[in-house]
Design a binder for this molecule. Sequence first.
Ligand code: BES
Ligand code: ZN
Length: 462
Amino acid sequence: MFRRKSIISVLAASMLLSSGVVYAQANGAQNAQSDTAFDNKVIKKISSENMYNTIKYLSAVPREAGTEGEVRGVEYIESQFKSLGLETKRIPFPIYDYKTNHEAAKINDTEIAAHAFSGSYSGTITAELFDAGKALPGTVSDEVKGKIALVERGENTFVDKIQNVLDKGAVGVLMYNSTGTSNVFGQAAEGQNIPAVGITRAQGLDLVKKLNNGEKVSATLDVDIQKIEKTSYVVEAKLKPKKNKDTGQIVTIGSHHDSVPNGPGANDDASGVSAVLELARIFVNTPIDTEVRFLTFGSEERGMVGSSFYVSQLPQSDIDRMVAHFQMDMIGGAKAGEDHPLGGLIMYTIDGKKNLVTDLGASSTSRLYDVAIPYGQLGRSDHQPFHDVGIPSALFIHSPVEPQYHKPTDTIEHISKEKLQQAASIVGASAYQIVRPDTPALDRAHVAPATVDYDFENRPVD
Ligand code: BES
Ligand code: ZN
């Protein structure tokens, strides 16, 4: 069972001054009492009614990245931040849609059925075919240079396979499927300037046989894909402490404002946005000694494009000052979480390890709800790019997800105010532990290895 005291004392031990001195020496019970008083400064003000209204507004129109719906959402979020007096910025970035005008492949001058990868480079190329296996890292022979690589799908990503043969000088990719009879799969990345085309497994194995028999095979790839550039956005709102009371550190609290195409995205992720806005509303009237950045990302549903762009444009000096990223995605699903405690709320990290964010989350959850919140390992949201540059990050989500996930039925009717209140309270109280003025700066290098008493759970998410 959960041992409340051990969490609190270990958390206190992790709050070190830069000098390495433990700041809180009081016993667990006293700490718990004063921490609860601090929690109340934030959580008593959280209004799930406000959050619900945000979700209602945002989910009235789908918010697919690059559409008018996203802009409508972004304008709303921006106006809310501005009305709080926050330093607010709308950061645009390009996204691309692709329209295939022509796709064809020939083997020894005979046309075969083929499907161009989404985002493939356009061009016509004829060259000798070379069997590059699965194009796993370090396995591609120099012999592929100047040739079209025949590649088997599976084990590593499409983009990695293309890159591995491209790095060795291949002039095209003909990829065959790992199972089934379909040739519709595959995507290429920006900058991979060779055509990439998919064929069925049977077609591929036939070619492998020919090459194994020592036959010389000539292939032609002919692709014409139109690239349509659109604009998506990140909304950033900065809340800065007073100059004479500034630890120099930054805490980020994020969610994604885009939805899947034609999805109302009430839970995914208007719910997260509603918590970001609500915490912003509360923190602006709460003294702090650490900068808080409230962030909503576009194009998460396209593969964390907005959060990746946001992190990539940060100066290294900002990244160095970021001590914690809290991501909220799908925090209001009434039907999520099944019979798990806390309505299924869990903290996911990219590497499946505890970090400052999960320690703080576990500690606040124990104080507020007397329950041990579990942690697990999962990407699939905007905590990924923050983790990738070394910032302690976690995703707060109810898992397993509700049946409405990514469906047109992800509507306000399936949102639970209690769940919104709970998740926002846990994240709010956790972030406040860092940013309130009476705690010393949390120096990342001096955070003790976390041994707090909350457990890893390998829970299926969908
Ligand atoms: N909110 C989901 C992430 C999620 C879904 C986490 C289910 C855990 C369980 C997110 O918006 C999403 O759908 N992400 C994509 C990521 C992909 C585009 C890289 C996903 O998981 O398919
Ligand atoms: Zn989401």
